[in-house]
Design a protein around this ligand. Structure first.
Ligand SMILES: *Cc1c(COP(=O)(O)O)cnc(C)c1O
Length: 389
């Protein structure tokens, strides 16, 4: 572990995470519950540590994408409610019940399977009904001519033995976009969601305990959608265009360390494909950070990293395990100096946009050979290497 630490590592600032949670809590008020989305290893930040802090701070719910992620949390002291957003095969319903995990139910057929499995198990499976209001992915279709069959399916599912329908939710497709069409689309999705809830509650005669739909964009832009619970992911980690304005800070800072410096005359080709040619006498640094660590190869010759003396350009093709950076005008940056790939001093949003993607993909791509170093009150409290020891 120690041996890998000075290569490339991800600092996870739990103080920033706490700040973000508290700021968002303050924003939504005390009546609205807070679900922290910790799927995909908490977007690469480490779901166990993130969830422990959420539990300690009094968050109400966690969400993951599958049962393996949920059980990992249960095996690591997480006792708070956990919702699985994706599919779980009916064979695993007994585990859901045993571990006290809430399952999204996305259609009538699955509700029936889950009900049968729960009854056979002699237990009660807690479910949240997923409504498809325009994402066109998972959920009961309820738009236009599907409205009545959608309501029928939801109400039938909620009444099945062995199931307790605690919640109902939907997911927005464009709540983070500011153009008029996106605003209209989001409002339409929300309108349909509230219509569905109203019809179901009338028919069932009982309200859903937890109605939720607000992802990052909606937490930032649509207070009317917060309902009983909000469900942010990206915002909690402090990224995206809304983070700064809400006083949120990036939680991950990805760092590497200069391992070699070489000097090349003008006209020297650098790296695979000879895709970079020095245009001056160049002092070139090698960093042990490549696409196997999560450095998108499409960023080759097209991104900037941050040193103690300011930004430097990445030069040449990004390799599997290494990349080269131009240190010519940064004489104080030497072998052994730290370089920030993205984080507090080098916004991930810029790098994501140059890679033609979104910040989510960059933090999720930080691979298992990059150790996570957890900081609390500015001090390292834990180092985690995901490679097998
Ligand atoms: C991932 C996910 C979220 C969180 O999305 P962000 O954009 O990160 O806030 C919320 N709800 C569902 C259903 C999701 O899959």
């Amino acid at each position: 572990m120690e041996s890998t630490l000075k290569r490339t590592w991800a600092e996870i600032d739990l103080d920033a995470l706490k700040n973000n949670y508290l700021k968002l809590r303050e924003r939504i008020g005390s009546k609205t519950k807070f679900l922290a989305v910790v799927k995909a290893d908490a977007y690469g930040h480490g779901s166990v540590q993130v969830s422990r802090l959420m539990q300690e701070l009094g968050a109400d719910y966690l969400a993951v994408s599958n049962i393996d992620e949920a059980i990992e949390l249960r095996h690591n002291e997480i006792t708070m409610p956990i919702l699985i957003l994706g599919h779980t095969p009916k064979e695993q319903v007994s585990q859901l019940i045993r571990y006290g995990i809430t399952q999204a139910v996305t259609c009538r057929a699955k509700a029936i399977e889950y009900s049968e499995a729960a009854v056979a198990e002699g237990g009660i499976l807690k479910i949240h009904v997923k409504v498809d209001t325009g994402m066109s992915r998972l959920g009961f279709l309820c738009d236009n001519e599907n409205f009545e069959t959608g309501i029928d399916g939801i109400c039938e599912s909620c009444g099945l033995p062995g199931l307790y329908a605690e919640g109902i939710f939907t997911h927005f497709a464009v709540s983070d976009e500011a153009d008029d069409d996106s605003i209209a689309y989001t409002k339409k999705q929300f309108g349909l969601f509230t219509d569905v809830i109203k019809s179901c509650e009338e028919r069932l005669g009982v309200p859903f305990a937890i109605r939720h739909c607000a992802n990052t964009g909606a937490v930032a832009n649509y207070p009317e959608t917060w309902l009983d619970m909000v469900r942010p992911g990206l915002l909690l980690y402090g990224y995206g265009e809304f983070a700064e304005g809400l006083g949120l800070k990036p939680v991950m800072t990805l760092k590497t360390n200069v391992s070699t410096i070489k000097y090349y005359p003008e006209g020297t080709y650098v790296g695979y494909g000879c895709r970079y040619r020095t245009n001056k006498w160049t002092r070139m640094g090698v960093i042990p950070y490549g696409y196997a660590d999560g450095f998108f190869r499409c960023l080759s010759n097209n991104c900037t990293l941050m040193t103690s003396e300011g930004p430097v350009s990445q030069c040449g093709s990004i390799c599997m395990d290494m990349a080269t950076i131009d240190l010519t005008d940064k004489p104080g940056v030497d072998v052994g100096s730290d370089v920030e790939i993205f984080g507090k001093h080098n916004p991930i949003e810029v790098m994501a946009s140059k890679a033609g993607t979104i910040p989510y993909e960059l933090t999720c791509a930080v691979s298992k050979r990059v150790p996570r170093v957890y900081l609390r009150n500015g001090e390292i409290i834990e180092k985690e290497l995901l490679l097998r020891g």
